[in-house]
Design a protein around this ligand. Sequence first.
Ligand code: ADP
Ligand code: MG
Length: 492
Amino acid sequence: MAQDRSTSDRRAAGRDFDVDLDDVLAEEDSGAEQGLFDDLLSGKPIFDNKEVLRPSYTPHELPHRNEQINKMATILVAALRGETPSNILIYGKTGTGKTASAKFVSQELERTSEKYDVPCKVEYINCEVTDTQYRVLAQLANTFIEKNQEYIEDRLAELTELARAARDDPNVLEGTAFDAVSQIEMEKADLESDKAEMEPVPMTGWPTDRVYNTFFDAVDYVERVAVIMLDEIDKLVEKSGDDTLYNLSRMNSSLDNSRVSIIGISNDLKFTDFLDPRVKSSLGEEEIVFPPYDANQLRDILQHRAETAFKPDALSEDVIPLCAAFAAQEHGDARRALDLLRTAGELSERDKAEEVTEDHVRKAQDKIELDRVVEVVRTLPTQSKLVLYAIILLEKHGVRNVNTGEVYNIYKRLCDEIEADVLTQRRVTDLISELDMLGIVNAVVVSKGRYGRTKEISLSVPIDETEAVLQADSRIGDVDDIAPFVQARFDT
Ligand code: ADP
Ligand code: MG
């Protein structure tokens, strides 16, 4: 999971458990005689520029993505000719370079449009953050209002200059759209009043159609091609349905001056199944797939990044191949590969090692995996947490081969204790399957002969850390004495 160390540390500090780096380091020497920082500074520096390993860094070169980048450029070049580019749908699992490639292409597009003075604007929206129709439209409206205001400022300055020159010498108006200074003044007054009318959309409170109309007017104020890039579009559709996409995809038929083109980026390959067929066909005019990277490609990506990130000779030979191999198992995720490399470097720094070794990579893998589990468990819905807690309680009390019925009994008692709704056993079975899919438990179906089938459930994650995360949930933390619950299972 992509997250920088500082946030994970902060999160850990706010709770009763600690998944700090120190835990995964076998040996920790204490530098009591030295000052707090002397000790830390004494090691040989490993990193040259750690920032380039962070998810926020946008690389200028993206090995193994030429085909996808070229295809995007081939479609978007239409914008530079003043035509409307086809809409594009980009698919691929996380960490396959979709965001990085799309941002790279949009930077290039805007740069080129400035160079040739073609009005083209790319607006990037991360729909995981901006996740409702209102907010997407408001962000778009406000961006274009800002652009329009800049445009008006520039135009006013130009006209003021022209009027001044024309007062000295009326001949300068020859070949312009104006016959007299008074006409220039009239146009200036129009621009001033347009500017005064442009009211930014507030964060909340307007009816959606007003927000939409504001965006519509703003984008259509001058001639331009607006490329709207909706990253994590599946999150938007999941949360708020496809109204936004429906509205955006049919704008072009009513716009007079401008054209809108949409690039949707999705981690979920099946998300179009949930779309209105009209939206689906409009949005998917062009589709580009980002396949997972294999270990060799990941190795290239890491090698490339490592050259700027680390001091020369800071990495032992096997480090990059091992990071690549681990991340290749993780569906070819480049983000994971970079995280591993960065974390391994940080661990070796803490270790005051001469270089980053294979061992640091393995410890980094454990740390990242633990962080992932902590994050997944922390964000589970309460009902799933209760089910998981029941499984943990049973395991902690030495019950082997826990079955669904046993989990259900403990779960019910936990619900009573914290006054939560009790779900049916059927639903709890579903929640167990979800936990299985998340890799938190392992549930195997076993046949009980003529008594039918049941599931045997075991925990696949470290029990103490997981329990600590659950107990950090205020509702579950309120359950104090747990032993009686587990005892009670013998009563039923
Ligand atoms: P996605 O959007 O598909 O989840 P990102 O574009 O965010 O993936 O990529 C994840 C991380 O991997 C980012 O830090 C990105 O810079 C890096 N990355 C992905 N593909 C490449 C590549 N081909 N070359 C260099 N870095 C890459
Ligand atoms: Mg992305």
